[in-house]
Design a protein around this ligand. Sequence first.
Ligand code: GLC
Length: 444
Amino acid sequence: MNKNATVINRESIENWRDQKFGMFIHYGLYSVQGRGEWAMFIEQQDIDEYKKLANDFTAENFDADKWAKIAKSAGMKYMVLTAKHHDGFSLWDSKSCMEDHTVMNSACKRDLIKEYTTACRENGLMVGLYYSPLDWRFPGFFAPRLYKTNAKALVKQTHDQIRELLTGYGKIDLLWFDGAEDFWVAQGLRLNLLRRPEDFRTNIQVEDFWKAKDLDKFIRETQKGIICNDRIGDKSYGDYFAPEKKIGEYNVVDPWETCDTLTDDWGYHPGAKIRSLRNVLNLLVKVVCNGGNLLLNVAPRPDGSFEPNEIKRLEEVGAWLEKYGESIYGTRGGPISCGDFGGTTHKDNNLYFHVLDWNEDEILIPDVGSPKITSLTGANLTVNKENGLIKISVSDKDKLEMDTIIKLTYQKPVKEIFASDIDYKELSKKRSYSSDAIIVADVK
Ligand code: GLC
């Protein structure tokens, strides 16, 4: 990350890390088919036939303001909408989209990106756009040497469309690339195996296919302070990395964001299974404790409305965040990494211990800094000190199914109390702890 980026705006990145929770939205022609956003490719649908779906794409209940309000009710602070997915269908009035495969040439005939960007801003949410340079309509993507002119046209479309998006819709806070890593290019029909990209990373066929350096320079000069993920070029561009459908490993130094789905897939499937509230909260809390943000995907119906069960689940998440958000927003992960049973976050003088699975009777914290210990979730606590450890136990009835949160308030910033990360496994193995192991501010 970052090696080649022209301007890196630390302030924007830290601001984005404070937001923690965003809404991802996959919406496009594939929503009409209801078989996920990869159906065109996986089923090898005839492109001309696929394009006819535009006649049914009315988006009659697309209401970006409603979307933004739902995101807010979920406690989300930013949104990322698929401006164009791999099928090439562009949700805005794009002049440089090959063969006018755009929303203006569909039954909808409204610039949805305009409505969306306006609604995000009006609702105080960060504005994010997903953009896939990969476009299945271009044979030059699959066989760039055989279709050289076509491959060039694809790269040109990408640069031109990024220019349209970044110059026509006011301030864009975040650009979310997908399918633009060099290792995707020239993989032909093996492309659907790219869901396991590790097989391809070492097999780059065309170096610098997307002219990523120029693109990156343009992006950062045009939208000051914008942040981008790293799914482009050789992955050295971008401000943060983006693990997909998995909780990122504990890393409280580099910025990262897990993207995952609220239902089974990214694109719409009628009647899709939905995560339980516990499952969503587990995901969110673990991601945040491990040092990341969570971008949670919602798949609107073809008409642009959300499934009622998705709205309900999101509101439940929002209600939880309303109560316990101080242990999430504006925090950073750590300093104690806990593995499966929970994790910690901290902000200023407060350390929050999140227990998600009670597989231990008591929680251990190094006995330094004489914190005031309370429970955000109202648990009765028993606190003992022994062998350099504070041992906190919670009565069974106060062990919550969702998340039991214990708050430790120190007299100075947690970062100064624990100057280095602590591995909970090591801590609990010892069951006694020497405070020498922790570099306290006093002795620094
Ligand atoms: C994948 C898929 C895509 C989805 C994206 C979200 O790379 O190709 O369909 O949009 O992940 O992260």
